[in-house]
Design a protein around this ligand. Sequence first.
Ligand code: GAR
Length: 188
Amino acid sequence: MKNIVVFASGSGSNAENIINYFAKSATARVVAVFCNAKNAGVLERAERLNVPSELFSKEDFLTPLVLEKLKNYQPDLVVLAGFLAKIPADIIAAFPNKIINIHPALLPKYGGKGMYGMHVHRAVAENRDPETGISVHFVNEHYDEGNIIAQHKVALHPEDQAEEIAAKIHRLEQEFFPIVVEEVLQKQ
Ligand code: GAR
């Protein structure tokens, strides 16, 4: 059994989807949810799904504490699912090619600091792009710049606003993110 640790800062719909997907798997399971925001919906979801959660502050993240806690769960893969802080260098060094992130756009477009959630969807809507999508990539020390593992696309209508784009992205994430996580684990 391989161990997945999910990092999330927000609502946690991706975290829940991944937890449920691997609850039926014979090869991997989500062993913990790490969260840096005390009011994040993901904490409630983890509790309801009986997955332990670890809440830490911005200050904790700059100390070795989070890495120590993470090591206790012996993760084979760390999955960032709507996690909005930069991963410190010591954690990246401790888990080479074992940290992946989902980004709600077709990187390298719409990546970088400050490009998350609705900020991304608004930018895509303003540019009237004919398509958008999701990117899953390895995490390195630069925001959204690690090697891309998989991308899935969806067509846009010229009249799509940020809310419609967000809904299309949500559907792609629900369908494909757990499968990509599984494929990464299989290749390890
Ligand atoms: C997801 O759409 C994810 O792609 C995005 O945050 C959302 C989290 O939703 N991530 C980023 O923007 C990272 N730059 P969730 O909390 O419901 O899973």
